[in-house]
Design a protein around this ligand. Structure first.
Ligand SMILES: C[S@@+](CC[C@H](N)C(=O)[O-])C[C@H]1O[C@@H](n2cnc3c(N)ncnc32)[C@H](O)[C@@H]1O
Length: 200
């Protein structure tokens, strides 16, 4: 793909997000994941890790409908979205997990999403290692909160630990597949691990 075409495409998703009222172009990544894998259902309870500015939470809310529940978590503040519960906190801090549990109440989560990205250093191996660390934390959250049969989606930056992480996810889910949505920037090394059907 030429650079010209790439930039045009990226612009396309940016403009499309603005036009359709989404807070981030990344909304389309979740839409494309959903289209392909059907991970979110009506009335589901969704935990959205790394939710700022709220693009994935907006899409999740549309999919679960008025009787579902979406809980977004991020280090950063998120401007309110009606019917979405936002928790500002660090997912690596156990206190944040407790706050998520309080928000879910006596339910379990149907889906745990993680679009978390570390601060980018520009050094490939460091960014990869930080991303894997966030993925491991997201998997811990998923294992703690998901119901049996629940689903998990996790963004990972490709690198040497990728295969090991996939192996770990496969221990806990019956179907695990990597997927790079067309809306991902071509220049990015990110991919998404789509894990369905949680088993204890
Ligand atoms: C690419 S953005 C997410 C975009 C979001 N999915 C959307 O559609 O609007 C990645 C987010 O991960 C968050 N993040 C990174 N490390 C985190 C951590 N330890 N705990 C919570 N959030 C974290 C960042 O603050 C950032 O907002």
């Amino acid at each position: 793909m030429t650079r010209w075409y790439r930039e045009r495409k990226e612009d396309y998703f940016y403009r499309k997000a603005k036009k359709e009222g989404y807070r981030a172009r990344s909304s389309f990544k979740l839409k494309q994941i959903q289209q392909r894998f059907n991970i979110i259902h009506r009335n589901d309870t969704i935990v959205d890790l790394g939710a700022a500015p709220g693009g994935w939470s907006q899409v999740a809310l549309e999919l679960v409908g008025p009787n579902g529940l979406v809980i977004g978590v991020d280090l950063d503040m998120i401007q309110p979205i009606s019917n979405v519960i936002f928790i500002q906190g660090d997912i690596t801090n156990p206190e944040t997990i407790n706050r998520i549990k309080n928000a879910i109440g006596d339910k379990t989560a149907d889906v745990v999403l993680s679009d978390m990205s570390p601060d980018i250093s520009g050094i490939y191996s460091i960014d990869h290692a930080r991303s894997v660390y966030l993925c491991e934390k997201a998997l811990e959250v998923a294992r703690e909160l998901l119901r049996d049969g629940g689903n998990f989606v996790c963004k990972i930056f490709m690198g040497s630990e990728y295969e090991n992480f996939i192996k770990e996810v496969k221990r806990w889910f019956n179907q695990v597949k990597p997927f790079t949505p067309p809306a991902s920037r071509r220049s990015s090394s990110e991919t998404y691990i789509i894990a369905k059907n949680f088993k204890r």
